[in-house]
Design a protein around this ligand. Structure first.
Ligand code: GLA
Length: 337
């Protein structure tokens, strides 16, 4: 036998040994005294928002005892569906997910069902083939419209505090209407600005191509150049990164911090910005409760699997706190963040 054949045979033996030990460990995991494995898939693991959900998912697992969280980055459909295969292979019983695309809902559910895995959604609701929300899949999310309304109210208050005149001021609303929670937040914000008396015709909407800083920066730049007459800008967006992109665009076009007010949503994604030595146009961020999203989703999924307790189909987490440069350290500490 030549050396290549021998090496080839050796690798086959090695692979079979691996496969057998793999099967063994799967059997071991399914026995009753080994930890219950639960997946936690998030679309944007680079956002502190999702890292916070992961952290509190682990905390729930620790408090419940006998639970292990498998954290997986799921930035696209292929990675998401592969992750479900891998979870099933490792003996998991279910998973929590913030999907990279709500339209993947039916495919995710079909695959999960084929392995008898339970699915719990966080943040972004699944859509069915007709584009309607899949209200039968348990969901925990922020109260989107309410938080948006609060953003609008806080922007208006800050505008008044600075004594800006409406004639010099406009709203730049960076939108992401394909994502329902984003649409509800920005619509809520615009609605409350109008209710407070801001003129509708001075609210300029610009859609972003991607939900990150570069996408929002592009969307903002293209709107800013169309309105050289505006002296002061209020910035609306569905989360911190969107608003940060807007603020960066104003800086790039020569606006000073005192002529810009952006208020984000998420809070935990604004820590770096609020820690800067000098104020920027990013005035603050509304922080709901990523800790509760992470903790409660795991707790409910666990009880569903272990005790057959069906989770509520919809849990909305309200009550956001406004983080600013003055209070953010204290407010984060209050929540143990
Ligand atoms: C969406 C956004 C995230 C975060 C969550 C919170 O998924 O993309 O940044 O705001 O909602 O629900």
């Amino acid at each position: 036998m030549n050396i290549y054949k021998r090496n080839f045979l050796k690798s086959i033996v090695a692979i079979s040994v691996l496969a057998i030990t793999g099967i063994h460990s799967n059997l071991a995991y399914s026995s009753s005294d080994s930890p219950m494995k639960l997946g936690f898939l998030v679309k944007q693991p680079e956002e502190p928002w999702f890292q916070t959900e992961w952290r509190f998912a682990d905390k729930a697992a620790q408090d419940l005892g006998g639970v292990e969280i498998i954290k997986i980055a799921a930035p696209d459909g292929e990675k998401t569906l592969n992750a479900i295969d891998n979870l099933a292979a490792s003996g998991a019983k279910g998973f929590v997910i913030c999907t990279p695309d709500p339209k993947l809902g039916p495919a995710i559910i079909a695959k999960a069902r084929s392995y008898d895995l339970k699915v719990f959604t966080v943040d972004d609701q699944f859509l069915n083939a007709a584009g309607e929300p899949m209200t039968n899949v348990p969901l925990i999310m922020m109260a989107a419209t309410e938080i948006g309304q609060r953003q609008g109210t806080e922007l208006y208050k800050e505008m008044q505090k600075r004594g800006w005149e409406i004639k010099d001021t406009a709203v730049l609303a960076i939108t992401a209407d394909e994502l329902d929670t984003a649409r509800r937040r920005t619509e809520g914000s615009i609605e409350s600005l109008i209710q407070n008396g801001f003129p509708t015709e001075k609210i300029y909407k610009s859609p972003t191509k991607s939900n990150d800083i570069p996408g929002a920066l592009d969307a903002a730049n293209s709107m800013l150049v169309q309105h050289p007459e505006v002296k002061n800008w209020l910035i609306v967006g569905m989360n911190d990164n969107t608003v940060l992109g807007g603020v960066r665009a104003t800086e790039g076009q020569g606006f000073k911090a005192e002529n810009v007010v952006g208020i984000g949503i998420n809070g935990v994604d604004a820590i770096n910005e609020l820690s800067k030595s000098k104020p920027t146009g990013f005035y603050g961020s509304l922080m709901p409760s990523p800790d509760l999203h992470g903790y409660q989703s795991v707790e409910m999924l666990y009880r569903w699997i272990k005790e057959g307790v069906e989770p509520p189909k919809y849990t909305a987490i309200g009550e956001a706190v406004l983080l600013t440069r003055d209070n953010f350290r204290e407010e984060l500490a209050k929540k143990g963040l």
